[in-house]
Design a protein around this ligand. Structure first.
Ligand SMILES: Cc1cc2nc3c(=O)[nH]c(=O)nc-3n(C[C@H](O)[C@H](O)[C@H](O)COP(=O)(O)OP(=O)(O)OC[C@H]3O[C@@H](n4cnc5c(N)ncnc54)[C@H](O)[C@@H]3O)c2cc1C
Length: 411
């Protein structure tokens, strides 16, 4: 990274994965960075995440890669079968791309904790309980952040919007490529101990009934406050069925899981309270151009989608690195921001489009997308070139300006 020695005042809205990564990179370049977070205390939301090789390489650059790897679970394969029938829909390994390459399943709290500790160690200011609702401009056009009660912060040389999928600042970047649309399906997520259950702790496994039901087990390594290896378990559900699921009771749900995936019944046997399952729903939004005058969008604020391809956190980390590199590489801020947008365009557009088209094949009430999946995916597995291409796709390595394969970590 080349630093041109200009120290700028930068506000980053959102103390999430992308926001903290950007804060670390930009502080280390000599900028004066402030993180602005709506919650009283920054906190992780959700259960497990699959980190891809490029996201892990960004965490290595930030100096937290070793800590993250020791907290998480190395993932070597992704596989998914239909039920009934056991048709193999997905069976790809990272070693088909390069020997030693892997993903990492991690509990959100572990990733959040490692980044947050680095933010604290770097002495980066975090303004909590500060929900930003708008951007205003000072007389010299520098951006000011506006809170709901009208309080203003700034002006800043640059605002980075890292406020996630529901960003209210997104319209300042000039619109989205499609209407912002919630997916009908989300999932119930929980974390469960995996020791002694017979599950492969190096594979993300899924089961599908057409596209109307999906279940998944993703090893995440350690979980906060618990010992032994854990996995995230997810069970897809339409947003309008959560109340009915709760009313039907846990016993009924456990029977359904056992019918679809008998081995997973052991995993969830210990769940005795529906509140241990957290419903999560997603929306799809891609900004046309993730920059405007003295404003950059990163992470889900720039490109939100369903977690079907497991790329969101990965993309947010890559955005943070790309933004810092672009700003460091150009003395003029506007040129640096344009370079950031250009560096990320192909990768973001590819994965947003892939997620848009693939999500209904795995989570929708429609029969046709599932049928296309059930014919197309096994065919792709049978053709060596297509199979390897698919592995690149799931590993987040398609269409990337950061497209070189990162070397496996030194152990
Ligand atoms: C259930 C689920 C499973 C997922 N699985 C995966 C996976 O396996 N792999 C993967 O890579 N991705 C996954 N994702 C996606 C991933 O979680 C997101 O892409 C990632 O968290 C985005 O990071 P971010 O920093 O952009 O936003 P966030 O992590 O959402 O952080 C945004 C931050 O901004 C704060 N904020 C929001 N609005 C304001 C405001 N107005 N003012 C001030 N602060 C504000 C929020 O409180 C939050 O702290 C999953 C998502 C979900 C929901």
């Amino acid at each position: 990274m080349i630093s041109r020695g200009v120290s700028r005042s930068i506000a980053i809205v959102g103390c999430g994965i992308a926001g903290m990564a950007a804060a670390l990179f930009l502080t280390r370049l000599g900028h004066r960075v402030e993180l602005v977070e709506r919650f009283d205390a920054p906190r992780p939301v959700g259960a497990g995440l699959l980190l891809q090789p490029l996201g892990l390489a960004v965490l290595d650059r930030l100096g937290v890669g070793l800590r993250i790897r020791s907290a998480g679970a190395r993932i070597d394969r992704l596989h998914g079968l239909t039920h009934p029938g056991g048709r193999r829909i997905l069976d790809v390994g990272y070693d088909e791309i390069a020997p030693g390459l892997s993903g990492l399943g991690i509990h959100r709290a572990s990733l959040f904790g490692a980044l947050h500790a680095a933010v604290e160690a770097e002495g980066i200011a975090v303004a909590t309980a500060t929900g930003i609702v708008d951007i205003d401009r000072a007389a010299d056009r520098r951006p000011l952040l506006v809170e709901a009660a009208g309080r203003r912060h700034g002006p800043f040389d640059l605002v980075v919007d890292a406020s996630g999928a529901k960003s209210v600042l997104r319209p300042h970047a000039g619109g989205t490529t499609r209407p912002v649309r919630p997916f009908r399906f989300g999932a119930l997520w929980t974390t469960v101990p995996v020791a002694g259950t017979g599950f492969d702790t190096a594979a993300l496994a899924q089961r599908y009934i057409a596209a109307r039901q999906m279940a998944g087990v993703m090893p995440v390594g350690g979980a906060p406050g618990a010992s032994g290896p854990h996995a995230a378990f997810f069970w897809s559900i339409p947003s309008d069925r959560v109340d009915a699921w709760r009313a039907a009771g846990l016993a009924r749900w456990k029977d359904q899981v056992a019918a679809v995936w008998p081995e997973a019944a052991n995993l969830i046997a210990g769940i005795d309270d529906p509140d241990r399952l957290t419903p999560a729903f997603y929306l799809h939004a891609t900004v046309r151009h993730p920059v405007a005058e003295r404003l950059a969008l990163i992470g889900d604020a720039a490109h939100a989608t369903s977690p079907q391809l497991g790329q969101g956190a990965n993309m947010g980390l890559i955005d943070a690195a790309a933004l810092a590199d672009a700003i460091a590489g150009h003395a003029d801020l506007a040129t640096g921001l344009a370079a950031y947008a250009a560096a990320r365009q192909r990768h973001v557009r590819f994965y947003q489009a892939a997620s848009w088209w693939l999500t209904p094949m795995f989570q929708s009430g429609s029969r046709l997308p599932a049928l296309i999946r059930d014919i197309g995916f096994p065919l792709a597995h049978a053709v060596p070139y297509a199979r390897r291409d698919m592995a690149f796709g799931f590993a987040g390595l398609k269409a990337s300006a950061f497209g070189r394969i990162p070397p496996p970590p030194q152990r």
